[in-house]
Ligand binder design. Structure first.
Ligand SMILES: [Zn+2]
Length: 313
């Protein structure tokens, strides 16, 4: 824990360029992985949310359980300098409403998920099994992919090519009490078949008015199988909403370390569902990075049915 804190404090802004405020001279501030006023506030109760405070001592003391945090301190990490934090996310901060026709805003949602995942994988790469990292999923391979993806996004960003990222937006008439933002490579399709691709997807889920938005984003024209995967998910959402929500819920619980849940909803969830939530969230934890073991776990995960459904909370 101490080392994580040190590494975070030494960190320069991830986006260093000429306008950067950090560049070794200034310590960058802590940034929200999920927009505070635009999103966290919406699902909070008395400004509190449930999160995995996974770079804090509490997380290890209570065996990886969720902790209650004020939205000011929920999911905050030292990743970018103040200038870049404002500039990179200016379309999704300050209570700005989601507009599915705003391509710059969509780009920022996708980029934000990647930026925090990339930063996490950089921090993780400093540990060689010294710390029982509950979210350690073959850290090194992830760092290589994430670095490449980050560079690709950065190039698009510098060129203001917002259309370089493709999105599928699913809008459901449904109220939810959580917010999710993560960057992942799904390994199993809806039909339990293996998904052949090394491309990642940014997934953002949040409420707005009486709707729930689910945004699936990835770099355009890179992987046909990922495009098909997103297309099929969108189709399923229209055809069989229950099945779709179950699938997404399991994916979120097992992959999103930034998830924030309304404390009352969490409190009202049955003990059985809460236990299942943790089982699913820590499914790949404490692996010793042996490929055979990981493979076995991945197959077990595919056929494991998570009883906890975030969309029913
Ligand atoms: Zn900067």
């Amino acid at each position: 824990m101490k080392k994580v804190k040190e590494l975070r404090e030494q960190n320069n802004c991830l986006f260093s360029n000429d306008i950067c405020e950090s560049n070794g001279k200034y310590k960058n501030e802590k940034n929200h992985a999920i927009a505070k006023s635009a999103l966290l506030k919406k699902i909070s109760h008395k400004n509190q949310v449930m999160v995995f405070a996974w770079e804090e001592r509490d997380f290890y003391k209570n065996n990886g359980k969720l902790s209650k945090r004020n939205i000011k301190n929920a999911n905050t990490y030292r990743v970018l300098c103040g200038k870049h934090d404002k500039l990179l996310f200016n379309e999704i901060e300050d209570g700005k409403k989601f507009d599915e026709h705003n391509s710059k805003q969509l780009f920022q949602f996708a980029f934000r998920s990647l930026i925090f995942e990339y930063s996490h994988s950089k921090i993780k790469s400093n540990f060689d099994d010294l710390v029982p990292d509950i979210f350690n999923k073959v850290a090194d391979a992830h760092l290589i992919y994430n670095t490449r993806n980050f560079e690709d996004f950065k190039e698009l960003y510098d060129a203001k090519r917002w259309d370089g990222v493709k999105h599928d937006i699913i809008k459901l008439k449904k109220q939810i009490s959580f917010v999710s933002s993560f960057y992942t490579r799904p390994i199993w399709k809806i039909n339990k078949m293996y998904l052949f691709s090394t491309q990642n997807i940014s997934i953002n889920i949040f409420p707005q008015d009486e709707y729930t938005f689910i945004i699936l984003s990835r770099i355009a024209n890179k992987s046909k199988s990922i495009d098909n995967y997103c297309k099929n998910l969108k189709k399923l959402a229209q055809k069989d909403e229950d099945k779709f929500l179950k699938y997404i819920s399991k994916l979120v619980i097992s992959s999103d370390k930034n998830i924030a849940i309304n404390p009352c909803s969490w409190e009202n969830t049955s003990k059985e569902n809460r236990e299942d939530f943790y089982k699913c969230a820590h499914f790949f934890s404490n692996n010793n990075s042996k490929v055979s073991k990981l493979l076995f776990k991945a197959i077990k995960y595919n056929f494991y049915s998570c009883k906890c459904n975030l969309f029913d909370m």
